[in-house]
Design a protein around this ligand. Structure first.
Ligand SMILES: N[C@@H](CCC(=O)N[C@@H](CS)C(=O)NCC(=O)O)C(=O)O
Length: 228
């Protein structure tokens, strides 16, 4: 049977969520990089696979196509290892907690990346975007005050929710101009806790290397955009 295909871009947080989950579950995928900068994702060939032209896109060995990182992550667990701690099949309440955080993360990632995307597109960052991001992060930081070394479901083990939110919050690490981890100490501790926990599955240090490369790229792009 052929390997499943994974369409990705190395700078994409949602793609890193999927590749990390695949790594933890030992899913061997054929990696197909699409260069978003040269608009490879708009190729007619890829549009046939995913008319929404988004990475990550996962095509299973039987041709079944899934996109949306959090859904791909759920699908990987369900189809490969349904009893995994990442999204445990037989623990309804834990799964609902994970779902809750995954849904929350969709809004969080959009909110905190909005100013950065404005800069890239040459638009003026609006005060309300920064205020909204700061309010969201302040609330999240307050909630995390009671975490005391735990992960998002309140347990000692991370899940899909921690992985997805960790990669969404990479934005704050690579582009700290508007939102800084130092202003949110509980969030910062949780973020480092996830980074630490993922190390055992990332023995080659691929994740920090990717974040560093992205940081350089983003800061260079932002500096160029701000000149104009
Ligand atoms: N909610 C989606 C977001 C996917 C997304 O926006 N991907 C970006 C790269 S990070 C992309 O493919 N952009 C190209 C485009 O929108 O045409 C997910 O979590 O997978």
């Amino acid at each position: 049977m052929s390997k499943p295909i994974f369409y990705y871009h190395p700078f994409s947080g949602p793609c890193r969520t999927v590749s990390t989950v695949a790594k933890i579950l030992n899913v061997d995928m054929e990696m197909k990089k699409l260069d978003l900068l040269t608009k490879e994702h708009l190729n007619p060939e890829f549009l046939k696979v995913n008319p929404f032209h988004k990475v990550p896109t996962f095509v299973d060995s039987d041709g079944f196509v899934v996109d949306e990182s959090r859904v791909i992550a759920m699908y990987l667990v369900e189809s490969r290892k349904p009893d995994s701690f990442l999204y445990p099949k037989n623990d309804l309440k834990k799964r609902i907690q994970i779902d809750r955080w995954l849904h929350y993360d969709i809004n969080l990632s959009t909110t905190i990346s909005a100013p950065m995307f404005c800069v890239f597109r040459g638009h003026q960052v609006q005060d309300y975007q920064v205020e909204q991001g700061k309010e969201t992060l302040k609330t999240l930081d307050g909630v995390m005050q009671s975490f005391e070394g735990k992960f998002l479901t309140g347990a000692d083990q991370f899940t899909l929710a921690d992985i997805a939110m960790y990669f969404s919050l990479n934005t704050m690490e690579v582009y700290p101009k508007y939102f800084k981890f130092d202003d949110y100490p509980n969030l910062k501790s949780w973020y480092h806790r996830v980074a630490e926990a993922l190390k055992q599955y990332d023995t080659e240090g691929t994740i920090p290397k990717a974040i560093e490369t992205m940081k350089q790229f983003i800061q260079q792009r932002a500096a160029e955009a701000e000149k104009h």
